[in-house]
Design a protein around this ligand. Structure first.
Ligand code: HEM
Length: 413
């Protein structure tokens, strides 16, 4: 136990990736140390406790902590995060969440299916012609950026700039806990760029009030006109979706390809029957969970089961480990077709359950269906892949692939 806790601490401190061994580490963590308490921090991996804490009113999500430099250089960005729906008081959180739930409903998303298939086809055209590509930069990064832009209704001419600004926001967020020399550091969005982005989104909302449209910004404009949302709240929501809907999907798509390479019989089954794409995706993000952790801050002294939490304690919910808990999942390290699609916590659970889960699933399934008869084969031994340094996103940074026709693929395996 002491040794695994020490390893966890070191990884946290250095933000050092586990690489291919991530599931092995998380499985060991949940088995040997399902509850860990060190330096005022709890690391909870047991599935039952993770799901309990996800719905506990006294253990809410907390705003990230920013350095003095971020407070000084980009105060509007800090304000945005302190006001974002996830960190509002419970009633406000529910009110703002309910505004978005409508926009993410099955009925609305169904209208996006064809557009997502078109985006997938556009992005795949060149790589398929070339017979191979670097999957992360050619597909896993631009696909969610374009899908989010379609969902929101960002005009095509502005999509690349908005996606670049969203990346800048992610870098600004990580500037709160990464040193400048860290490989994940990147260039944070500046205060001027952030102010410009807010004005741009506010301008789109005003335009949608005059010219209604059936996209998410159009929906927010209607809700605002009905007096149920302020302009600032609507702008914050749009920016939040850009922050939550990009890196997550990139990591999920990339990890799914890794799982397909690790499980050749699954790749062969998908090649034979693309309708199993939903099952493949669900099991892939359980085995290699793209968002490894959620974080909470205890609001007041509270007892949960046998654990005593103190107000102010930080709680890390290890979704990646809970998904490998043998008390919940039989043969947790095995890809199993008979597991229910729902029930794993790759999209969280309870109060903060991912609003974009259905959209992410549609995006992944669209890509898997399009690729089912020429599934990409990773061109490097899996052990040699470079990994993102971020512990929060256990996923390869690069994935060089070639597209293999299905018959050759299953034959070779
Ligand atoms: C496979 C891709 C995705 C994964 C693995 C993922 C994962 C998660 C997880 C684990 C949470 C809960 C965090 C916690 O409880 O601490 C969450 C929340 C959230 N996700 Fe996702 N997500 C994905 C895609 C998306 C997309 C595409 C969007 C929107 C376009 C989105 C929007 C959100 C929002 C708004 C929340 C916060 C909900 C709230 O506070 O009530 N996510 N996501």
């Amino acid at each position: 136990m002491a040794e695994i806790v020490q390893r966890l601490r070191e990884h946290f401190m250095r933000q050092e990736p586990f690489g291919m061994a991530a599931p092995t580490f998380f499985a060991e963590l949940v088995t040997r140390a399902p509850v860990v308490h060190f330096d005022g921090m709890w690391v909870i991996s047991a599935y039952e406790l993770v799901t309990r804490l996800c719905t506990h009113p006294d253990v809410p999500m907390a705003a990230p902590v920013f350095t003095e430099a971020v407070h000084r250089d980009n105060p509007q960005f800090v304000r945005f995060f302190r006001n974002t729906l996830s960190v509002r008081a419970p009633e406000e959180h529910m009110r703002l969440r309910s505004v978005l739930t409508g926009a993410f409903s099955g009925r609305h998303l169904a209208t996006l299916r064809t557009r997502i298939d078109e985006v997938v086809a556009e992005l795949l055209a060149d790589p398929l012609r070339a017979g191979g590509t670097e999957f992360v930069s050619a597909l896993a990064v631009p696909l969610p950026a374009r899908v989010t832009a379609v969902l929101l209704g960002i005009p095509p001419a502005d999509r690349d700039l908005v996606a670049a600004r969203a990346t800048g926001m992610m870098h600004q967020l990580s500037a709160g806990f990464l040193t400048e020399s860290h490989p994940e550091a990147g260039t944070p969005i500046t205060a001027a760029e952030f102010a410009e982005l807010r004005d741009y989104v506010a301008g789109l909302l005003v335009r949608r009030e005059a010219e209604p449209a059936d996209d998410l910004i159009g929906h927010l404009a209607q809700v605002r006109q009905a007096g149920k949302l302020t302009v600032d709240e609507a702008v914050d929501m749009v920016l939040l979706l850009f922050m939550t809907g990009l890196d997550t999907v990139t990591a999920a798509l990339t990890n799914t390809l890794v799982v397909l390479q690790e499980w050749p019989e699954v790749a062969a089954a998908l090649a034979a029957d693309p309708s199993c794409a939903d099952r493949v995706f669900a099991e892939a993000i359980r085995l290699r969970t793209p968002v490894a952790f959620g974080s909470r801050q205890v609001a007041r002294d509270v007892r949960v089961g046998s654990l005593e939490f103190n107000a102010g304690d930080t709680v890390i919910l290890t979704f990646a480990a809970a998904n490998l808990d043998p008390r919940k999942f039989a043969d947790p390290m095995e890809f199993r077709w008979d597991r229910p699609i729902t029930g794993n916590v790759a999209f969280g659970h309870g109060s903060y359950y991912c609003l974009g889960s259905a959209l992410a699933g549609m995006t992944a399934q669209s890509l898997l269906r399009a690729l089912h008869d020429c599934l990409p084969r990773i061109d490097r031994p899996l052990a040699d892949l470079p990994w993102r340094a971020s512990l929060a996103f256990p996923t390869p940074r690069l994935l060089p692939v070639t597209f293999a026709p299905a018959a050759a693929e299953s034959g070779a395996r």
